[in-house]
Design a protein around this ligand. Sequence first.
Ligand code: CUA
Length: 312
Amino acid sequence: MNAPAGPVAEAIAPVYWILFFFAAIVLVIVVGGLVFAGIRFREKPGVSAKQFHGHNLLELLWTVIPTMMVLSFSIISFQRLLFINDVSTNAEMTIKVVAQQWTWNFTYPNEAAFKLSDGTPLTDAEELNIPANTKVRLDLSSKDVIHSFWVPLIGGKKDAVPGRATELWIQANQPGTYKGQCFEFCGRGHADMLITLVVHSKSDYAAWQKDAVAKANLFNDPATKTGKELFRTLACSGCHTIKGLTGGKVGPEETHIASKPNIAGVLSPVNAENLTRWITKPSAVKPGTLMPDLGLPADQIDAIVKFLLTQK
Ligand code: CUA
């Protein structure tokens, strides 16, 4: 369950276990010797303590052995640091990460597949989506205080520092969801400054990309704004509540309609096609429903649907 899930974590884990193993041996020898000497040479009546000055062999041993140990730990660590710190070799994409109290903002590469209709690249907060088996470079910075990016099973931890660029690379072996956490105390919300790393198989990534870009584009679409205005001014508002917009109480609340499992209990999922069908002629979908057939023109329905899909 806690097995390393990427090359960086795989490089770090053995160093941890080697250090742990030798630390355990040192602990046993030092504490064992201490306890042994304490019992064996404790004060006894009629015996006076012998006085020593120097012991060449012992002194040599407890100097040379720890020196060799520390040297070899340094060597295996440095070897791996070269690999862990090499953010550019074979990196296939770069994602900009901006930390702030208390969230993570991710900006995807400025390339065609991530481009929104307004020309800016896709951005998102908290959740980072990457393809599996792909070296992804992260450019880190911070808007306020020092934060630290860390997804333990993937490995690698790097501070996000205001006014200074830092970088890190991540790679995951398998699709899945990995939890991460800000690792630098950054104020009251520190413990809640979580990262969700979603890893898609290479073949699924393009589909996620398309979907994420389409969803983000809905917010920029002028029709979404029109739809909001229509929802507020047409009959919709008389029956439905969308928090911050309308207060109708006759029909069900629709504040988070785009996150609901279905429309009016009968149409699933909540997507453009089903919303259009429903609003066009509710009575055809759910006979006897109280929602009237408003007979709206197609472009108005389209605008309202686009607006509703942004309500999550
Ligand atoms: Cu951000 Cu701790």
